[in-house]
Design a protein around this ligand. Structure first.
Ligand SMILES: Cc1ncc(COP(=O)(O)O)c(C=O)c1O
Length: 354
């Protein structure tokens, strides 16, 4: 049987480790809060499992279109924004084409590119963990079909500013699709951050990705979306696996969109917890990059595996990216003290080893 050689060596997506019942799972940037009030009931009302869902997710698209001042054709809903990434790569890129993105960034990007048959061009982050947008623009060639900009960057944390993004867009040919992955947009408190939706009118080569998985706490129901030009999203729709956003996911998204004030309260609480964790880690001596998502980055370097084990022994499952660092999601309030105690012990060990 023939398997494409690049697929034969491609590892399957590696999920954040599941936690034992008494451990905190801070490895997948999930929301520790349960779904917003009324969302479970809205999902429970969807019991016609013998029927297919609305393949176009029209009701969700209509609400989003209204919210962002777009037409419904300028909104595409998919089973997670990772699905949109796959659809975009397939729609724009194939063998011989290049997709540029920062590295380290979201771990699904390399697989998305390879599955499309295209070639990854990874541009190292700046020392502060942010995208090096000048280098990314310089990496664009006549083979580049798509550039992915992730803000805040998963796993390192920093945002791209509006000014940086506009300079970048000016440097990139308008024939190259720029995908602004804003999976963590709701957690951003830095007022200088780029806000993609507001720029769609200005840049015809821009698509913005958002998700219900993070701030809205619907990771398990798989609903993400793209905002962008209708003809690009029509091509994306043509690449989608039909009927893959469930009626339950659509109902949950709609109910969540109606509960904006509760959502914002929770997001504010998580952002405040994040800022407190960052301040405490820096006071311990960690060089934590600016954290604008619902996670923090510990540059543990060669000590990454040892540090991840120490967290696990303390009952915290983290995401280790050896030999660079560890990403820790901002989860339950109860996890914070253990997180900080473990980090404090580690920073001492790492310094003692130097
Ligand atoms: C930067 C980024 N983009 C996209 C996603 C995909 O999220 P989902 O497919 O759940 O919408 C994630 C999830 O971790 C992410 O970190």
């Amino acid at each position: 049987m023939h398997i494409r050689p690049e697929i034969a060596v491609l590892p399957a997506y590696k999920q954040g480790r599941q936690a034992a019942a008494d451990a905190f799972k801070l490895s997948s940037n999930e929301n520790p809060f349960p779904p917003l009030p009324g969302v479970v009931e809205a999902v429970q009302a969807q019991t016609a499992f013998n029927r297919y869902p609305d393949a176009t997710a029209l009701a969700v698209r209509a609400v989003l279109a209204n919210r962002f001042g777009l037409t419904v054709d300028e909104v595409h809903v998919a089973p997670g924004s990772v699905a949109v990434l796959h659809e975009l790569a397939k729609a724009t890129s194939g063998p011989g084409d290049e997709i540029v993105y920062a590295w380290r960034s979201f771990e699904a990007y390399p697989g998305v590119v390879t599955v499309a048959g295209a070639t990854s061009v990874q541009v190292p982050n700046r020392a502060d963990g942010g995208h090096d947008l000048d280098a990314m623009a310089a990496a664009v060639t006549d083979r580049t079909r798509m550039v992915i900009v992730c803000t805040p960057n998963n796993p390192t944390g920093p945002i791209v500013t509006g000014a940086e993004f506009e300079a970048f867009m000016a440097a990139v040919p308008s024939t190259v699709l720029v995908v602004l992955d804003e999976a963590y947009a709701e957690f951003v408190t830095d007022v200088t951050a780029v806000r993609g939706a507001a720029l769609l009118e200005r840049y015809p080569n821009l698509v913005v990705l958002r998700t219900f998985s993070k701030a809205y706490g619907l990771a398990g129901l798989r609903v993400g979306y793209a905002l962008g030009p209708a003809y690009v999203l029509d091509a994306v729709r043509a690449c989608a696996i039909p009927l893959s956003v469930t009626a339950q996911g659509q109902a949950a998204a709609l109910a969540s969109l109606e509960r904006e004030s509760e959502l914002l309260e929770r997001v504010a609480e998580l952002a405040a917890r994040r800022d407190r964790v960052v301040r405490a880690l820096r006071a311990q001596g960690w060089a934590v990059p600016d954290a604008q998502g619902n996670f923090v980055w510990l540059p543990t370097g060669e000590g990454t595996a040892v540090a991840a084990e120490a967290f696990e022994r303390a009952g915290i499952i983290v995401r280790a990216f050896a030999p660079e660092g560890i990403r820790i999601s901002i989860g339950e309030h109860e996890a914070v003290e253990t997180l900080l105690e473990t980090a404090r012990a580690l920073v001492g060990d790492l310094q003692a080893a130097e």
